[in-house]
Design a protein around this ligand. Sequence first.
Ligand SMILES: Cc1cc2nc3c(=O)[nH]c(=O)nc-3n(C[C@H](O)[C@H](O)[C@H](O)COP(=O)(O)O)c2cc1C
Length: 200
Amino acid sequence: MTSIGIVYYSMYGATYELAQAIADGVEKGGGTAHLRKVPDPLLPDEVKESDGVRESIAAQDEVTTATVDELPEFDGIVFGSPTRFGSATSQLQSFFDQTGPLWANGSLLGKSAGFFTGASTAHGGHESTILTMSTYAFHHGMVIVPVGYAVAGGVQSTRSGGGPYGPTQLGDGEGLTDEEREIAVDYGVHFAQVTEKLAA
Ligand SMILES: Cc1cc2nc3c(=O)[nH]c(=O)nc-3n(C[C@H](O)[C@H](O)[C@H](O)COP(=O)(O)O)c2cc1C
């Protein structure tokens, strides 16, 4: 059974919701999903205790914290981050930056990679965040698995998040729409199936 890491950062919980939907899809597709939140050591206490963040941190309390050393144990990894100014958060970028030793050893070479994000505005960064995050996979020699249009039917019709580049959510704490969830689950299934072939 393929082992798939879903490594994400989420301040207000929307990216976490997407991560959970992708994990559901991975399990449906025959893989084992490992949810991992990246550490956030620099977040000031007043932000941690502010409305929305406090509840989100509590909701993710049970999620295991990601470690760089664990990444090579996964057959494939899906990375997620909210959009910040059209790109990924410093929290996920900082985690990426710590994987230099894995890059030097080629530890992630040939593994599958995927990316997901969320943004509060329709044209505020869904595509740019995924595309800029994806340079990570190029440098590690990972095989990028996108959503495409064929896998999830909802990509053709969604008026919220979810596109061919990766699962996304649109909004500010309203929760995933049915289409966003469907695309994320279908993507998880697809990611697990492609990873199984790659790992064979
Ligand atoms: C500092 C900051 C920068 C942001 N930049 C963008 C942006 O460029 N475009 C956008 O549409 N939303 C932007 N947002 C909104 C978040 O991307 C959005 O609320 C996201 O869904 C939150 O994900 P989370 O609930 O997992 O933390 C920004 C939010 C913050 C706090």
